[in-house]
Design a protein. Structure first.
Length: 116
């Protein structure tokens, strides 16, 4: 409308690329067995268990989820990580706008129901 591309157009395009890339893996049922890994873990000495750590119960999943998201951004979407602080600020502004919009919608709905 103002001669610029819409704000979310590039985001939508990138999400489409990610969705089409992951579609094959998401749409199928995958069965995995870790019996061999469990047997190996049980055979390791305590020193070896510390050295070759792969106990999934003790894994820091939050760290790995963040690393996964950064890896997707860097290698799949080909976004530069230098734009990450700006993207986080933008995300925070959009989140605040979303919360305000929800609060206004609840207030308007409450006012409508109160006077009916």
């Amino acid at each position: 409308m103002f001669g610029k591309t819409p704000m979310l157009s590039s985001v939508y395009t990138k999400l489409g690329k990610v969705a089409s890339t992951l579609e094959y893996f998401v749409d199928r049922k995958w069965n995995w067995s870790n019996e061999n890994v469990q047997a190996l873990w049980d055979q390791l000495s305590p020193e070896d268990q510390e050295m070759f750590f792969f106990d999934m119960g003790q894994l820091d999943w939050e760290y790995h989820a963040e690393a996964l998201c950064l890896g997707l951004r860097l290698y799949l979407v080909h976004d530069d990580l230098t734009s990450l602080p700006a993207a986080r600020r933008k995300w925070q502004k959009l989140y605040i706008a979303h919360c305000i919009l929800r609060a206004v919608a609840v207030f308007v709905l409450f006012r409508i129901l109160w006077f009916v």
